[in-house]
Write a protein that binds this ligand. Structure first.
Ligand code: DQA
Length: 144
């Protein structure tokens, strides 16, 4: 049976491709989705993509993964560094997830060096651009 993966994207990731291209690159979230679709076919995965600028929507999406997804890819964007609520939701559903950051957060502001999610994650991919989503998918497929 195909592995079902929910890809959760936080605030401002709808602006990928336009926002700070020197930091995040030229690729859009739609580009990431397209690139992952090819990999998903190869790995027999079904992907569902969610993006929201609202914390509660992200919490709802993670809660909704229970029973409807086998694993998650999570780029919580700014909420990575602030959200106990998102951490609690990921702990509650207890599904494997890989945390992704398009930029290298460790080469940036000190407040981006801490993540509320990383210690719960099966893996963390930073600074690989939108390719990070594909790498995360490959990792989840290996773990399954
Ligand atoms: O919005 C984002 C995007 C980000 O998660 C990334 O993908 O590099 C890194 C975060 O620090 C930032 O707030």
């Amino acid at each position: 049976m195909a592995m079902r993966v929910l890809v959760v994207n936080g605030p401002n990731l709808n602006l990928l491709g336009q926002r700070e291209p020197d930091v995040y690159g030229a690729g859009t979230l739609a580009d990431a989705e397209q690139r992952c679709a090819a990999v998903a076919g190869e790995l027999d995965c079904e992907l569902t993509w969610v993006q929201s600028n609202r914390e509660g929507d992200l919490v709802d999406a993670v809660q909704g993964a229970a029973g409807s997804a086998d694993a998650l890819i999570v780029n919580a964007a700014g909420y990575t560094h602030t959200s106990v609520a998102l951490r609690d939701a990921l702990a509650a559903v207890a599904l494997p997830f890989v945390e992704v950051h398009v930029s290298n957060v460790f080469a940036r502001d000190a407040f981006r060096h801490h993540s509320y999610l990383s210690d719960l994650a099966s893996g963390v991919i930073v600074g690989c651009g939108i390719q990070g989503y594909e790498l995360a998918l490959r990792r989840l497929a290996d773990l399954a």
